[in-house]
Design a protein around this ligand. Structure first.
Ligand code: ADP
Length: 425
């Protein structure tokens, strides 16, 4: 993940450089052309030709960079810079110092984008161009008559201003971006710390009763005088099992979140009798609903069969149902499954505490909660995982609610147009 954001930053930097360089290059081209014509100077006409080649190459590099081909874009603009300098040296002697520096600047530009062998070739070419500039401009007399001294000074001053301006602008943008990344990193660390403290609290919550029940069982069995009743022991074991189930669910959620983060949430769709699946899940939740004092109802108008990943679909319903029982305890909860043309619609409705309007979208994001951790335990991951599974399956999930009036979660999923495989039912 870090690598991809670094990659994005490199791409952005190159695009930004090309975006700034192109107008500067066009500006110099126009300046050279205008004065070449006004002064009838062959030297300036040659200089304009060199800048024209560079400008065309820059435009092409920019296209490559926007297509994500950073290496090709950087090499093209780098070599174009060398060609411009090599050509320019033949015509304009007065820029000797600048012309010597440009190939070195080109190396700095190309460096982050290019692997060692092409980089070595580029550096060799830059060195060759510098030698060429030294000989042609430094040791030999000019091939063409040079423009008047006043013009030379102006061009030199403009070139310096453009270079310094470009460098400062790049540094400024980098500094701003650095500060933004720092703020984001600090925020991420704070979120992680808060998450770690909530997660450890949540993991510990089932461990305490689990440990107590196991101690009680041990005490009852090890007391020499009394034989514990079968019912009582089974009660303790049921309770212990429920706590273990909670722990497994928490760990599964954490694993799912890291899978989603790594882009590894895999779905394995198959043809599923969804009416039967929903019925089974609702039945499985009966004891939990009874403990929460909720009457659990299932409505299913017609049989629904579709192509979904059964385990993940079950996980979606599990999450919605356990939330409905948690946040709507003591009140009825209704599950409804309907076919809607090419889609299925699953709704889970409760009559509990409801969700404030401001939180209706937010709660589908990682670690987002609309209740205080003191009143209701939870990691704020269930709905995030639910949304990702549903979206990955090509569907949608939305929440509707009024505070204190309960909440309705609606999932719509494509029933899947995949043909029934040979031998499939
Ligand atoms: P958790 O329940 O562990 O906090 P979820 O991602 O399942 O995490 O839910 C996120 C938040 O959405 C919850 O903290 C709660 O504020 C809100 N929420 C979810 N389902 C309901 C519901 N049925 N009624 C009221 N609030 C709900």
């Amino acid at each position: 993940m870090r690598e991809s954001s670094e990659e994005a930053l490199r791409q952005l930097r190159l695009q930004q450089f090309l975006g700034l360089m192109l107008p500067i290059s066009v500006g110099f081209l126009l300046l050279y052309l205008a004065f070449a014509l006004a002064l009838r100077s062959v030297a300036l006409m040659g200089g304009a030709g060199a800048v024209l080649l560079y400008t065309v190459a820059l435009a092409r590099s920019r296209t490559l960079a926007t297509r994500g081909q950073a290496e090709r874009a950087a090499l093209l603009s780098g070599y174009a810079l060398l060609v411009m300098v090599a050509l320019g040296a033949l015509f304009v002697h007065f820029l000797l110092a600048g012309l010597l520096m440009i190939p070195i600047a080109g190396v700095a530009l190309v460096l982050p984008y290019v692997d060692p062998p092409p980089l070595a070739r580029y550096m060799l070419a830059a060195f060759g161009v510098d030698v060429w500039v030294m000989v042609v401009d430094g040791l030999l007399p000019p091939l063409f008559e040079q423009p008047p001294l006043g013009f030379q000074r102006w061009v030199f001053a403009l070139a310096v201003v453009a270079c310094v301006g470009l460098t400062l602008r790049m540094l400024w943008v980098d500094a701003v971006r650095l500060r933004q990344s720092l703020a984001r990193a600090e925020e991420a660390v704070a979120t992680r710390d808060e998450f770690l403290s909530v997660a450890s609290h949540e993991l510990k919550t089932p461990l305490t009763p689990l440990s107590l029940k196991l101690q009680t069982l041990r005490r009852e069995f090890s007391a020499p005088s009394s034989v514990p009743s079968r019912e009582r022991s089974l009660g303790h074991l049921d309770m212990a099992q429920r706590q273990v189930k909670k722990l497994v669910e928490l760990v599964d959620d954490l694993l799912d979140v890291s899978r989603i983060g790594a882009g590894q949430l895999e779905l394995h769709p198959s043809r599923v009798d969804l009416s039967a699946l929903v019925r089974d899940v609702v039945q499985r939740f009966e004891p939990e609903a009874a403990r929460a004092g909720c009457a659990l109802e299932l409505e299913s108008s017609q049989p629904v069969v579709g192509w979904v990943d059964p385990r993940r679909f079950e996980q979606v319903l599990d999450n919605l149902l356990s939330n409905a029982l948690k946040y709507g305890s003591g009140k009825p909860v209704r599950v409804r499954l309907d076919p809607q043309g090419t889609h299925l619609r699953l709704t889970v409705r409760d009559h509990g505490i409801g969700i404030p309007a401001e939180a209706l979208d937010r709660i589908f994001h990682r670690f987002e909660r609309a209740v205080s951790g003191r009143h209701y335990g939870g990691l704020g991951l269930g709905l995030y995982i639910t949304r990702r599974i549903v979206e990955e399956s090509g569907g949608t999930v939305v929440a509707a609610s009024e505070p204190d009036q309960g909440a309705t979660f609606t999932v719509e999923l494509p029933l899947g147009a995949s043909p029934v495989p040979p031998g499939g039912d």
